[in-house]
Design a protein around this ligand. Structure first.
Ligand SMILES: Cc1ncc(COP(=O)(O)O)c(C=O)c1O
Length: 390
């Protein structure tokens, strides 16, 4: 007897990223696909969390998170993101930033509402919105200068549009939205009564002297913006599952009630561990940024020798690499899936086929996204393998 499943499960399938990971593991190759960093968690976070475990910090916390951590996040949101937060009442601690995104969707959207995504997009944004019945519409960020097409953004707005999703720095493109672009988005939000949900999980990975600007810090934006971030990427702890949302008090309160029903609270010892080490010394962030900067440049050189032609990312730790003319002559590089498989089988390196980042998968067929958040000796080995292709 087969059980009838809810129709919302029909479109769900294993993401390409997981399938590619299974294949590269068979070949014992270098996985530049998954957006995970293989660097260790900083020692002080481990120590503080071990102390929290030893102190039996093992019961549910308040659904919004422990006050100590909420206060520290509020302070960071004020000083780093320049958000006009009052205090902990503006912060919801969640199970990963993904948990914050889910609570935001449930707090803001009715089924049938629409959200605008910039393309190429981060798949979880699209798929989570769709899981909860939100229709996604898309605005392509052009190759080349990658500037926000303001007219195209305004053109997709309908009377069901509720929100604009801004991922800056962006996974997968590495785009960092400039102040003037955020101002244009805010202007449109104001004129059409829209909300912004900003995913700023890569906020500390910015290159070439660019600045990370939180949309919610612009004058007049605070009450219509949910700012989402977390600790996964900054502290190499994607598996710990700790993130947060910052927004106005009423919205945060509802998101807290939703999070309570979904997961009750974020893991208790991890919250105490993070509260024990924040704020991290400024030098931690500068060293991390300098390290990624070196890795980005080393990796861009290898990609170029291998025949990819892509601009270096402005932020985050991915390159959505486009096949250059030399690669496009090769039969296996007519499609990102066959190209990625060729890379796995011939040089033991993989990325994620570009199809996953576009509404029309065909638009990504000549691109592979690589993640360069690897230990240097592993990245160096991957670079040399890519260079031997050229
Ligand atoms: C843009 C973006 N947002 C969110 C996440 C997931 O973050 P978390 O581990 O905090 O749920 C990722 C992970 O790859 C990401 O790339």
């Amino acid at each position: 007897m087969s059980i009838r499943l809810a129709s919302r499960t029909n479109p769900l399938k294993q993401s390409d990223i997981r399938a590619v990971t299974a294949l590269i593991n068979q070949y014992n190759g270098i996985n530049l696909g998954q957006g995970i960093c293989d660097l260790p968690v900083p020692d002080q976070i481990k120590e503080a969390t071990k102390a929290a475990i030893d102190a039996d910090r093992s019961i549910y916390t308040p659904f919004s998170g422990i006050p100590e951590l909420r206060n520290l996040i509020a302070e960071k949101a004020r000083s780093f993101n320049k958000l006009p937060v009052n205090g902990s009442e503006n912060v919801q601690v969640t199970v990963g930033s993904t948990g914050a995104f889910v609570a935001t969707i449930l707090a803001l959207f009715e089924p049938g509402d629409e959200a605008i995504l910039f393309e190429p997009f981060y798949g979880y944004h699209r798929h989570l919105l769709e899981l909860f019945g939100v229709k996604c519409t898309y605005v392509r960020i052009p190759d080349g200068d990658g500037a926000l097409p303001v007219d195209a953004l305004e053109a997709v707005i309908t009377n069901r549009t509720r929100a604009i999703i801004v991922c800056s720095p962006c996974n997968p493109s590495g785009k960092v939205f400039a102040r003037s672009e955020l101002e244009s988005i805010l202007d449109i939000m104001n004129r059409h009564n829209l909300v912004a949900i900003t995913d700023e999980i890569y906020e500390y990975m910015i290159y070439d002297g660019r600045e990370h600007i939180s949309l919610g810090s612009l004058p007049g934006a605070w009450d219509r913006t949910v700012t989402i971030s977390g600790f996964s990427k900054t502290f190499n702890m994607t598996g710990w599952r700790l993130g947060y949302a910052v927004a106005n008090e009423d919205l945060i309160h509802k998101m807290g009630l939703i999070s309570d029903l979904l997961v009750i609270s974020a893991p208790s010892p991890l919250q105490y561990g993070m509260a024990g080490v924040l704020p991290m010394a400024e030098s931690y962030y500068t060293a991390m940024q300098a390290d990624y900067y070196i890795k980005r440049d080393r990796f861009m050189r290898a990609l170029s020798t291998a025949g990819f032609d892509s601009a270096p990312p402005q932020g985050a730790y991915y390159v959505l690499a486009h096949f250059g003319p030399k690669l496009l002559e090769r039969p296996e590089f007519q499609d990102a899936n066959t190209a990625n498989r060729w890379l796995i089988e011939n040089i033991g390196v993989c990325g994620v086929p570009g199809h996953s980042f576009y509404e029309n998968p065909e638009d990504g067929k000549h691109r592979i996204r690589f993640c360069f958040a690897k230990e240097m000796h592993i990245l160096e080995e991957a670079c040399q393998r890519l260079e031997r292709m050229g």
